[in-house]
Design a protein around this ligand. Sequence first.
Ligand code: BTN
Length: 250
Amino acid sequence: EASVGEVPLKLSYHIFETLPSTNQTVWKLMDQGAEPGTVAIALEQTAGRGQWGRQWQSSLGGLYLSLALAPNLPAINSALLTLCSAWGIATALRSHSIPVFIKWPNDLILWGRKLGGILTETRVQQGKITKAVVGVGINWTNPVPETGINLQSFFEQQPQQVITSLESLAAITLQGIFTGYQYASPKQIETLLPSYLELLTSKGRCVIVDGRSGVVVGVAPTGELRVRLYSGAAAEEICLQPGTISLGYE
Ligand code: BTN
């Protein structure tokens, strides 16, 4: 039993060999009355979902996991769920000596390559998030594209393999989400932001927004990216929603 915020969350696991998408399965289970704390894990997915409607390659050997939550957060703060999950998972992996960074908003980066990603889906009623599914994919031994990395190739170059099974990777990942979730409120997030910024690969990066160059200066409490734009001597700070600009891997 995990404790999330003040509410103890009873976990119930549903493990599958193969299915279209663990996010989709958790929504289905919730529609059938499953409670927050429902977890679906699959050994492979045939229609893994990525951010921005992309597909997530989900062959055997990867971690594919989704968790049901009922966050009761204002919809305007929905980016916090991904932000806190990313922080929690990165921190959990770092405590196992894996130097994971975050590429805002949802990429887990190792040695400059994509190790995994997070897809949070929400249902909103009257401006509040009533239900959410946090889905995580982490490359374990599965083949990855050029810009990716899996933990197997990382450990091959380390003196010691500190995570030895997909099961323990799943447990570490879930624990990371719970740790992060405690901070998923407009008030709590303030305490997490300094440590989050340390993990951000894109901090200090130059970005181009509508033809103007700018620098990423941080993340707002809503989860939006704070960018300082320059034109001549004048600087202006703006906030960007996830998905509105694309940052390279770094
Ligand atoms: C990304 O695009 O970076 C997010 C990828 C999220 C993939 C995970 S795998 C488990 C869960 N089920 C899905 O269909 N997607 C997420």
